[in-house]
Design a protein around this ligand. Structure first.
Ligand code: GLA
Length: 515
């Protein structure tokens, strides 16, 4: 245990020493895959050289306002290191070592996709509900476009442990093994939830602190493939969080190995809401994704709980460079399809907005999560498509899910942006009171561009293509609108790209392909 503590604290101090680099120093790749590592620095500094790069990668210091490494990852699995040399640093240059882990298999080469029960069901979960949700993922074609994790959130367990064991509330879940078996037969994976303290966030059930090995064994024995691990009731400091998450991660790996399975097939999903800057240290705990925001609320803006779409934009425009293969910052559940009918997703001030997004805002919710390479986690009740068409009472309205919502969340062209194997975040290239535009490098050399109208008025935006990182004035680009699914006239790198007239809070996404 002592060695474990030292390793964990060393990881944290290494991250803190990497100050001046505002990007990860520990990155991952599958062998021989397209690779990009943006060496973004804080203001006044710049990476001008890198020592020890594998031959299949090179450094570009000229075409952007930060240096970046690109090429392909080595084909031989192993741990590679290279050293970024940060310039303009007094009294002398500073060297920061980066580690690239090339592994034949990674738990999360692309951000996971699925559904979590919390927003729509909260305490009202049970075996039947979870079964129906899983079956709907299949019957609605959601599994076919990538939503393959059915995840149970808080409030599944009995209020207290029995003989030191966390046990399911048998009124709700008579048999986890039957449930996980059924979900697996549908071709899906299934997730469970706990917390790194004595009680979970609802306080209705125990958490796993000091019971990590026992609980991990049970989660695996019951047939689960993912653990969402929350942080309510745990100590505030980042080193405690890293320690507690590392402890559960190690316990899960051990438990999975003990049943003869591959630990890389189990997803460990951290949830400390971005409060301790997990993008700096969470990968060292063994997690491959972590929440980077407060709980999403079903509002355009919610300053009270920092859970509106606006607050997520504010977070992701700052941490974009920390996104990467197998190290995903999660923007939390999508609220598409809730229409103001969720539980805690409706709490909060809403800054004068009604709970429930407009369809334009819901489209923005989905499009930006894809631009950012966030996990895509549905949170609405997908079992009652077209609830809108029935005459629902206010109470029943929790079942509302519209065809238009289904269209938004199954947009394959946007999902491809989210799941792009280069694993880049989207960089803010325009950021004003009225609009924000993000650009994202894709594995085939294409660039995705989103333009969002942040104002309550209609707005048209024009951006010189030359302002977009990765676009060259010397070339012509084919332009595809990924929401209307149409090709637009090609543009020279010297020309401007113009949005449609965007409604309040609407987003348009383009894919730019060099001719
Ligand atoms: C926290 C998490 C939510 C959800 C609830 C459950 O608030 O951030 O996503 O899991 O706990 O109580």
């Amino acid at each position: 245990m002592r060695k474990n503590i030292l390793t964990v604290l060393l990881a944290l101090s290494t991250q803190l020493m990497a100050q001046n680099l505002e990007c990860p120093t520990h990155v991952y790749s599958l062998p021989g895959k397209p690779f990009m590592h943006k060496l973004v620095t804080d203001e006044g500094h710049r990476v001008n050289a890198v020592k020890g790069l594998p031959a299949c990668m090179k450094l570009d210091v000229t075409t952007r306002d930060y240096a970046f490494i690109h090429g392909t990852a080595p084909v031989a699995p192993g741990t590679y290191t290279y050293t970024a040399i940060i310039d303009q640093y007094t009294p002398q240059e500073k060297e920061v070592q980066c580690t690239l882990e090339v592994r034949a298999k990674l738990p999360q080469p692309t951000p996971f996709m699925g559904l979590l029960t919390w927003n729509a069901f909260q305490n009202n979960i049970n075996q039947e509900v979870v079964t129906k949700l899983a079956e709907s993922l299949v019957s609605l074609g959601l599994k076919d476009v990538g939503y393959d994790h059915m995840c149970i959130d808080d409030q599944w367990a009995a209020a207290e442990r029995t003989n030191g064991r966390l046990i399911p509330d048998t009124q709700k879940f008579p048999s986890f093994n039957k449930l996980t078996d059924h979900v697996h037969k549908l071709g899906l994976k299934i997730g469970i939830y706990s917390d790194a303290a004595e009680r979970t966030c609802s306080e209705a059930m125990p958490g796993s602190w000091q019971y990590e090995e026992t609980d991990a064994k049970d989660f695996v024995k019951w047939g689960f493939d993912l653990l969402k691990y929350d942080y309510c009731g745990a100590p505030a400091e980042a080193d405690s969080a890293l320690f507690r998450y590392s402890k559960m991660s190690a316990a899960l790996k051990k438990a999975v190995k003990e049943v003869g399975k591959d630990p890389d097939d189990f997803l460990f999903y951290m949830c400390e809401w971005g409060d301790r800057s997990p993008w700096l240290w969470a990968a060292e705990s063994g997690a491959s994704c972590w929440r980077a925001t407060a709980d999403t609320r079903d509002y355009w803006s919610d300053t009270m709980y920092k859970g509106g779409i606006i607050q997520s934009i504010d977070r992701f425009k700052r941490i974009w460079a920390y996104q990467g293969v197998n190290r995903w910052n999660d923007a939390d559940m999508l609220v598409v399809g809730l229409h103001g009918t969720g539980y805690s997703s409706n709490d909060g001030g809403g800054d004068g907005y009604q709970a429930g997004l407009t369809q334009d805002e819901a489209q923005t919710n989905f499009a930006l999560w894809c631009m950012w390479s966030s996990p895509l986690i549905l949170s609405n009740n997908i079992t009652n498509l077209d609830g809108k068409l029935n005459n629902l009472t206010k109470k029943e309205v929790i079942n509302t899910f519209w065809k238009e919502d289904l269209e938004i969340i199954t947009n394959k062209e946007l999902i491809a942006i989210d799941q792009d194997p280069l694993g880049q975040g989207a960089e803010p290239i325009i950021d004003t009171e009225h609009s924000i535009a993000f650009a994202k490098d894709l594995s085939n050399g294409d660039v995705a561009l989103s333009i969002t109208n942040l104002s309550s008025d209609m707005l048209t935006l024009e951006i010189p293509l030359s302002n977009i990182p990765g676009i060259s004035e010397a070339h012509t680009y084919e332009i595809r609108d990924l929401i209307r699914h149409i090709d637009l006239p090609a543009l020279k790198g010297t020309e401007n790209i113009k949005s449609d007239t965007l409604q309040a809070h609407q987003t348009q996404v383009f894919r730019l392909h060099k001719k």
